[in-house]
Structure formats: C-alpha cells, structure tokens
Design a protein around this ligand. Structure first.
Ligand SMILES: [Zn+2]
Ligand SMILES: [Zn+2]
Length: 113
C-alpha cells in the first residue's frame, strides 16, 4: 500500500492538515471506484494533482470535493491507468467523464447477463 503511494507520487508529505477529514468524508460518500465499482483498495484521486494545483496558484483544489474522484488501486488499478495514464507525472483532466462512461458500460454489460 505504501509502495503504491510512493509510486504515484501522492505521498503524505505536504498535505493540508484538513486533508484526512476531507478524504474520510469523501470515502464515506463514495465508497466505490468511480470507474469499475470495486470497493477494493479505493483511493481518493485528485483530478488536478495537488503539486500542480499549488504550483499554478490553486492550492484550494487539494480540499475541493469537485477535484476528488474515487478510483481503485491494485489489482484493477483504475487509479493508475485511468487517473494517471500509467505515468506518475501525468493525469487526465477528463477522468470523471471517462470513469462515468466506463461505469455505464460495465453496468450495461452486467445487465445483459
Ligand atoms: Zn476501479
Ligand atoms: Zn491520483
């Protein structure tokens, strides 16, 4: 789990002290991965990464619920491939829309069975 955090550069260092509470509230509201619906190893993803937000003068994005999205870690790893395009320096601004589309497709395919 900690290896995962380090790999994607979302270590705990430098986080706002209100972050743990914001994070906990978000997990309670959205216990499932926004893309696949998994509840395994879900993590709160920042759509605009905290480091980038701070560098570009928008530090409030760290705690903004509109900038947060639940994505799962391994084994499905939607956080990595969907949230970060398999590169810890990257992110996808349109990740919420992509996750919505994947989620709808998954629900539809399950309904066909
Ligand atoms: Zn997922
Ligand atoms: Zn992330």
């Amino acid at each position: 789990m900690f290896g995962w955090f380090q790999r994607i550069g979302e270590a705990f260092t430098g986080r706002d002290r209100r972050w743990p509470a914001v994070r906990r509230r978000h997990v309670e509201r959205f216990p499932e991965c926004a893309a696949c619906g998994s509840t395994q190893n879900v993590e709160v993803h920042h759509i605009t990464p905290v480091g980038h937000a701070k560098r570009t003068g928008r530090p409030e994005l760290e705690l903004d619920p509109d900038n947060l999205l639940m994505l799962c870690g391994p084994p499905k790893d939607c956080h990595w491939w969907l949230g970060h395009a398999c590169d810890d320096r990257k992110w996808r601004p349109e990740v919420r829309r992509l996750a919505d589309e994947i989620r709808r497709a998954e629900v539809r395919s399950q309904g066909d069975v």
